[in-house]
Each structure stands twice: as structure tokens, then as C-alpha cells.
Write a protein that binds this ligand. Structure first.
Ligand SMILES: [Zn+2]
Ligand SMILES: [Zn+2]
Length: 866
């Protein structure tokens, strides 16, 4: 029977990706069903911020999440895998202001535009998720800006208020005068800076031209000075213990005090306390009941308490130094390297942080850090080493969580307050979600002082307030009790995330979910690192080392990019490697050279001259070609031999089948262990090596001859066996490479598996009923073939050229050798006569007329008679 065989020569991923993405959606392959609720595995995926595009960090993080989902599905768990979006945040406001020129003071129009912008961005990101073969169930997606989500957030705040864990207070908080908002401790970081240390003379009251000299990095704070301190053991200043100094430019005097927190080795050993230069100033102000003088505005200028009103902070610094100098009050200026606090989290801001006393909303976390540690201890950590980050953060925390942000696009803080006495007026539960700016307070009068000056809160929530209830939101908390019970309370909940948000997203989620439900949210956590550029630094626009997925996806496809992700190591940073090359000469060029060329050339000219070569992805595509070629070989042969099923009886297994299946069992064990610990790298490398070396290079080569033989039964059994093992390996590869495996399943296996998709397949089991002797015999055959092929090529004999006779000398168990062994070797290597013996005696050598030296390869000695 002849048949026209058509099959694609190359793996055309772009068509295939599109086809399968649509098919999976249409056939509901990724859909979640609650069923009886047994063994539910919930994944609390990180909602990406809606920047409009996924970056490679997302690809790494979300590929891993997809591996987790697919693997657990294969293991028979009912995997609940939703994906939402984190909508609120400063970058949205900035984008709307910049791109549409709408001011945030035009509130209604501004908010509508923010929503529109976010929705567009989500559309694009959803498309990107689909393109990477992400198996989330989009029916369960969420957007933190939607009313159903806001309801839960506001309900939780009302609950915290009733428990007295939420309060409003005027307090000096970290404040970014650049972004004009307060920020949480977790949003600030440090930067080393070479600054100056100014030595300022403060006249002693009643002294005759007597001064004390303080050293400071912030002379512009002088008008806010409310105290001067030295260490009680510092004998240099003992006589000043009760003196007063005059604060220049202000006409005020302040007392000198002693305090053990002063560093005697800093500057002169005397420092001033200003409200508020740093955290120490806040402590001293509270401890000694000092005055509070606020000299900065929220947008970074000097206010009416300063003679320098209207100047920026930096302008004021220069002018103050100049004025003090004129007054003869600057005794020295030194260069000084120190750490400044800057705005680091989620923003390209990186401007210095000030402390400003403003009314803020706080949540008490300080009293609950021990509980958070307990929730953290109760989870399985992959890898374990990152647990300490959480514990250290909890133990070092001495601030409550400031949750109010002086922004517009965010979840409104649903409270009103009395302008006269500060009393808080909470919303009615049935009115949630609401915006207190546009809605009337439920009480016309202050319940405490009867004032009618009631104001709705204008501030909105910190984004972490939104995202720290994701495990509850996806479980339909406050919405569907049964669903919540099955996907949260009784489920195994898995949290995947980067290590850089342990002190924010993880910390806040552990805290809030436990407080709101009484149950800690997670049974396990999987931590990924950051993606680094080719200069080993974290990928970032400011370093110019960013690669966008859109840049590589069209050339390499999702299955390649996902292989790159699979090779990352748990919890560690992971590079995305590339080399700049000159397009014409194809020669690599250095990063430094590229930097200069970028400055020199226009973007167009640069792009015509240089491009990046992505070695990791090139390797990954080669592997796809290897898989595709194996498929083509099998497809070609299965179209000649009609199989009705793939069932095999144990006695139908050949020696080499036995051996390869036993190797498969070993690798399956290794792969399973690695996958159970989410060690993708180890799992993928083991399986890939097995596939490439054992299966393609040895096994397929050794059974090829059977397909050309006249014995159709032999060919049929061989084909069944190779299809079986190929399919098992393929089904595991489907975790990492969902497209190529689905395509091959469709072309080759669907008629046997009767499954709509390879992604509904169970995780393969090991082969039973293997025969130990046959395993050894198979091993001997494959080893001999491998060595004889090497010998052939060393002698320059074409692999397909027939050889008259080979005598093999080996120390292996000779009783392993029988007809099947000889046949397999003879037919694969193409030998007319093959003898295997443990030694070559002189007599036989003479008889055979052997004059040549034998060729030795890995313990096997062969005499070859061409
Ligand atoms: Zn900022
Ligand atoms: Zn009142």
C-alpha cells in the first residue's frame, strides 16, 4: 500500500502557536471546574502591574508558574490557576498625565482615562500571556480597579477599623517630595553618595563669643532645629550639659541634652535634632517632647516657616550655607560619603526621601510580626534559603504600615473624618464599594463633637493593600462560601514570586489574610530571582541592558523562550545572555564599544549595523529541531505501518527496548524528584540528555534497520515501542514546550490516546516487567554499536558501507551473546559476518590471516575486514 506522505519539514512555530492558543480556548482545555473540591491546588499568581507589556522577568516568573500548574495537573491535582492584574499605581497616573495631558485635578476625566489606559494595557498583556502558552483559566481573572475587587479591599479596611488595627494620625512619614506622596518603609532604599559634611557653629546663650560646633549633612534643616545632643560619656562637652544655644536665622534658642544614641565619633560628637531629618530625630522628638517645626512643603519646597519660602530644598541649602558663611558660622566643609534614603520601589524616581508630618492612615503590623513569622514557618519554601529574608524583615520592623497615598487613581480609603476633632466616621457595609470624595458621609454630624465639618478622605490606598488579599479575592471570599472553602480553606495554596517582594507582597499577604480569615494563606512558596542582562546586572532601562520578549518571540517562539526559563535556578538571579555582533562581519563586539556606537549613530544606523545574538535561544531552537526530526522519522514510518493501538506485551520487548526502558525508568525517577522540588533546571536537563543521547542517537539508530527489513512484525513491534517511549517523554516535555508537543500529539498520537490535547495527559509511570538479563544484553548491543560506529568513522569507512567481517574481542559476559545480539549489531553497523569472543588466540589469528593492528575503543577491541 502506498500513500502520499506530506509533513512539514520544519517546525513552524508561529502558525502553530496561534492555532493551538485558539484551540485550547475553544476546547476549554485550561478550564477549571470546582467538582467535588478534593485535592485542589490553588496558585496565587502575582498580578503584574499593568505597564502594557511583559518583560523577561515576567516571562521567567510566569513560565515557572505555568510549569507548576501543568506538572500538578499531570499529577492528578485539580489545579486552580487564575491570573489577575494589578491596576493602580503612580505610573498609570504619570502616563495619563503625560500621554493625554489631563491633570489629576480634573478628577473624573482623569480617572476615566486611567481606566481606559489600563484596559488597553491589559489587552496587550493578555495576548502576550497567551503567546507564551500560559495555561491560566481566563474565566477567573481579576482587575484590582474593578468594583468587585474594591469591595473586598474596602470591606477588609472596615474590618481592620472595627478591630482597631486601622487608625489615622499625624505622624512624620517617609515622603517623596518628587512624587508628592508618602511611601512605605518597604518602598525606600539606600544609595551611597559623596556629599558634604558642614561644620556649623551655634552660639551659646550667655557665652562670650562661645560656640558649639555641630556637623551635619543637611544644613537646610537648621530652621527646624529643636534640640542639640551629645553623648553622656563625652567628657569634651561635659560642661555644656544644661546650656542653651541660639539657632541662627531663627532667633530661637534650644537646650543641649545628652543621649546615648549619639555617635561620639561622628563629626564633632555634637549633633542637632531637626523635625525631621531622620528616624533618630523622630525618636528624640517623642522621647523629649520637643517642638515640631515643619519647613518643607509636600512638593519639595520651603514653606512659610522658613525665611527661604518658595525655594526648592536644594536651592535653600545653597542659600543657607551662603548666609551662614557670611555670618562666620561655618567652620569647615568636608567631603563625606554617606547613605541617603531614596525612593526605590516601583518607580524610576530614586529621589531623596524626606520625613514629613502629615495625616496618614496606618495599619498596625508591628504587634503582629510574630504571627507573620509563624505563617512563614508553616510553609514549604522552594528554596529554603529565602525564608530568612522574611524573618529578618519581621524582626527588624519598627514602623506601622502607612497605607495612604496622596494620589488619585487607587482604591479609595472608605472613611470620613471630623475636621474639628479628627473623629473617624466609617462607611456602612452595604454602601461598599464607595468613594468618600464623591459620596456623603452616613453621618451629618460628628458623633463626638457634633461638628458638621465632615470631610471625605481624598487619599487612596497603597497598591499593596490591593494585592495583599489576592489569595482571598481569587477564592471568591465574601462572595461564594463553598468556592472559598474549597479553594482557600481546604486547598493547598501555592505562592510563586520573586525574592525582591518578600518584604512587601509576601509579608503583607501573610499578615492580612491571617487576620481576615484566621487561617494562614499558603502551604508552599516558590521563589524566583531577577533576570540579569549580559553585563550580569539586573535588567533595567537605566543600565541599557533590557531585552523585550517582543524582540525575541518572533524569531524563536514560546517553546524556546520557555526552555530558557526552565534552565534558571531556584531563587537565584538568572542571566539572559546575548552578544552584540556586527551584522556585516558577524564578529562579536564589546558592550563598551556598543555604548559608544549608540551615542555616535542614529537609532536607524545603529540597528542596521549591529544586532544581538541570543545563544541560549539558539540552543533552545536546535533542541526543538531535534525533537521535530525525531517526530518526522516516526511519522514517516508510522505512515507505512498501520497500527491500531500502541499496546505491547512484555515478551515483545527486544533487548534494546528493555535497556532503553530501564534507562527511561532511571531518568523518570530523577525527573520526578526534581519536579517535586520545582527544580526545573535539573528536570529539564536530565530529560533532554536522555532524549538526545539515549533515544535519538542510540536507540533510534539501533532500531532503524528493522523498518527496512521484510519482516513486518518486527517493524511493527519496533515502531510501537519507540512510539510509546517517545510519547512518554513528550508528555513530560509538554510542561516546558506546550506547542511543539501538542502539534506532535495531534499529528502522531491523538488517534491512540483519544485525548483532545496532550495537556490532559497524566504524568507517565515507569515500565514494569523488564528483564534484567535482557537489559544487560541491550546495553551490550548499544555500547557495541556506539563503539563500532566510532571505529568506522575513525577508519574513514562511510557509515552505510557494508563490512565483510568483524571480530569483536570483549571481556563482557559472553553468555549474553545470542542471535538477537548479533543481529542487532550486524544490521545496524552493516556487517556480513560478526564474531564475538573473549580473546583472540594465535591460531585463530593465523587462520583469519590478521596482520593489522586491532582498533580499540572503550574496552572493545575490533578486528575489521573491509
Ligand atoms: Zn518618588
Ligand atoms: Zn468632631
Amino acid at each position: 500500500m502506498t500513500q502520499e506522505i506530506t509533513y512539514p519539514k520544519r517546525f513552524r512555530f508561529s502558525e502553530i502557536q496561534k492555532k493551538w492558543t485558539e484551540y485550547w480556548r475553544k476546547e476549554k482545555i485550561n478550564n477549571f471546574e470546582l467538582k467535588d473540591g478534593k485535592d485542589i491546588f490553588t496558585i496565587d499568581t502575582p498580578p503584574p502591574f499593568v505597564s502594557g507589556t511583559l518583560h523577561l522577568g515576567h516571562i521567567l516568573n510566569h513560565s515557572w508558574i505555568d510549569f507548576v500548574a501543568r506538572y500538578n495537573k499531570m499529577k492528578g491535582r485539580n489545579v486552580y490557576f487564575p491570573q489577575g492584574f494589578d491596576c493602580h499605581g503612580l505610573p498609570v497616573e504619570l502616563a495619563v498625565e503625560k500621554n493625554y495631558g489631563i491633570s489629576k485635578h480634573d478628577r473624573e476625566k482623569f480617572l476615566a482615562k486611567c481606566v481606559e489606559w489600563v484596559n488597553n494595557n491589559i489587552d496587550n498583556m493578555t495576548k502576550q500571556f497567551d503567546e507564551m502558552g500560559y495555561s491560566t483559566d481566563w474565566n477567573y481573572t481579576y482587575r484590582t480597579m474593578n468594583d468587585d475587587y474594591k469591595y473586598k479591599v474596602q470591606w477588609s479596611l472596615l474590618y481592620f477599623y472595627k478591630k482597631r488595627w486601622l487608625y489615622r494620625e499625624k505622624f512624620p512619614t517617609h515622603f517623596c517630595v518628587n512624587c508628592e506622596t508618602s511611601v512605605a518603609k518597604a518602598e525606600v532604599g539606600y544609595q551611597d553618595e559623596i556629599g558634604k559634611l558642614w561644620y556649623l557653629k551655634l552660639p551659646i546663650v550667655g557665652g562670650e563669643n562661645e560656640n558649639v560646633t555641630i556637623a551635619t549633612t543637611r544644613p537646610e534643616y537648621i530652621e527646624a532645629c529643636v534640640g542639640v545632643f551629645f553623648h553622656p560619656n563625652d567628657d569634651r562637652y561635659y560642661h555644656l550639659s544644661a546650656a542653651e544655644v541660639e539657632i541662627p536665622l531663627t532667633g530661637r534658642t534650644v537646650r543641649i541634652r545628652t543621649d546615648r544614641n549619639v555617635d561620639m565619633n561622628f563629626g564633632t560628637g555634637i549633633v542637632y535634632c531637626c523635625t525631621y531629618g531622620d528616624e533618630m530625630d523622630i525618636k528624640w522628638k517623642l522621647e523629649y517632647g520637643l517642638d515640631e517645626i515643619q519647613i518643607f512643603t509636600e512638593d519639595g519646597h520651603m514653606n512659610e516657616n522658613s525665611k527661604y519660602k518658595g525655594m526648592t530644598i536644594l536651592e535653600a541649602r545653597e542659600k543657607i550655607v551662603e548666609d551662614l558663611d557670611k555670618m562666620g558660622l561655618i567652620s569647615d566643609i568636608k567631603d563625606y560619603e554617606h547613605r541617603i534614603v531614596i525612593h526605590t520601589e516601583r518607580s524610576s524616581c530614586r529621589k531623596p526621601i524626606e520625613f514629613l508630618p502629615v495625616y496618614q492612615w496606618f495599619i498596625n503590623v508591628k504587634d503582629f510580626t510574630q504571627e507573620i513569622i509563624e505563617s512563614g514557618e508553616a510553609m514549604n519554601w522552594y528554596p529554603e534559603k529565602h525564608k530568612q529574608r522574611l524573618i529578618d524583615w519581621c524582626e527588624g520592623l519598627d514602623w506601622n504600615w502607612v497605607i495612604s497615598r496622596q494620589r488619585v487613581f487607587g482604591t479609595p480609603i472608605p472613611f470620613w473624618y471630623c475636621l474639628d476633632c479628627g473623629e473617624i466616621i466609617p462607611p456602612r457595609e452595604e454602601d461598599l464599594p464607595l468613594d468618600p470624595v464623591t459620596m456623603q458621609s452616613p453621618k451629618k454630624q460628628c458623633p463626638k463633637c457634633k461638628s458638621s465639618k465632615i470631610e471625605g478622605e481624598k487619599d487612596v490606598c497603597d497598591c499593596w493593600i490591593d494585592s495583599s488579599i489576592t489569595p482571598l479575592a481569587i477564592a471568591k471570599w465574601l462572595e461564594d462560601e463553598d468556592f472559598f472553602d474549597k479553594t482557600y480553606t481546604k486547598a493547598n495554596v501555592h505562592r510563586p514570586q520573586g525574592y525582591e517582594i518578600i518584604r512587601t507582597w509576601l509579608f503583607y499577604t501573610l499578615f492580612r489574610c491571617k487576620k481576615l480569615t484566621g487561617k494562614a494563606p499558603f502551604s508552599e512558596i516558590l521563589i524566583n530571582g531577577m533576570v540579569a542582562g549580559n553585563d550580569t546586572r539586573k535588567m533595567s532601562k537605566s543600565f541599557g541592558n533590557v531585552v523585550s520578549p517582543d524582540e525575541v518571540m518572533p524569531e524563536f517562539g514560546a517553546d524556546s523562550l520557555r526552555q530558557w526559563a526552565a534552565l534558571g535556578t531556584l531563587g537565584d538571579d538568572y542571566p539572559f545572555e546575548y552578544t552584540w555582533i556586527n551584522i556585516q562581519s558577524k564578529q562579536p563586539v564589546s558592550n563598551d564599544f556598543i555604548k559608544k556606537e549608540k551615542e555616535r549613530l542614529t537609532e536607524n544606523k545603529f540597528n542596521n549595523k549591529y544586532k544581538r545574538r541570543f545563544e541560549q535561544l539558539i540552543g533552545a531552537s536546535r533542541f526543538l529541531t531535534k525533537v521535530w526530526n525525531a517526530y518526522r522519522f516516526l511519522f514517516f514510518n508510522s505512515s507505512k505501518i498501520q497500527l491500531s493501538n500502541l499496546k505491547i506485551k512484555p515478551d515483545e520487548l527486544s533487548y534494546i527496548d528493555n535497556h532503553v526502558y530501564s534507562e527511561y525508568n532511571n531518568v523518570l525517577k530523577e525527573v520526578s524528584e526534581a519536579l517535586n522540588g520545582y527544580r526545573w533546571h535539573n528536570a529539564f536537563v536530565s530529560l533532554k540528555n536522555f532524549f538526545w543521547n539515549e533515544m535519538c542517537d542510540n536507540y533510534i539508530e539501533a532500531i532503524k534497520y528493522k523498518f527496512y527489513s521484510d519482516e513486518s512484525l518486527q517493524a511493527e513491534v519496533a515502531l510501537k515501542n519507540i512510539l510509546n517511549i517517545f510519547y512518554k517523554v513528550l508528555s513530560i516535555f509538554a510542561i516546558v514546550m506546550p506547542f511543539i508537543t501538542e502539534e506532535i500529539h495531534d499529528l502522531l498520537f491523538k488517534k491512540f490516546t483519544k485525548l483532545k490535547s496532550i495537556h490532559l495527559e497524566k504524568f507517565p509511570k515507569e515500565y514494569k516487567n523488564l528483564n534484567d538479563t535482557k537489559i544487560m544484553q541491550g546495553k551490550f548491543i548499544l555500547e557495541s554499536i556506539k563503539n563500532l560506529r566510532n571505529i568506522k568513522s575513525k577508519r574513514g569507512i562511510p557509515l552505510n558501507q557494508e563490512i565483510n567481517k568483524i571480530i569483536l574481542i570483549t571481556q563482557e559476559n559472553l553468555d549474553l551473546i545470542d542471535e538477537e545480539v548479533l543481529n542487532d549489531i550486524k544490521n545496524t553497523i552493516r556487517i556480513k559476518e560478526l564474531f564475538i569472543s573473549d580473546k583472540m588466540d594465535v591460531k585463530q589469528a593465523k587462520k583469519e590471516n590478521i596482520s593489522e593492528e586491532p582498533i580499540e575503543e572503550m574496552g572493545i577491541v575490533a578486528y575489521i575486514f573491509e
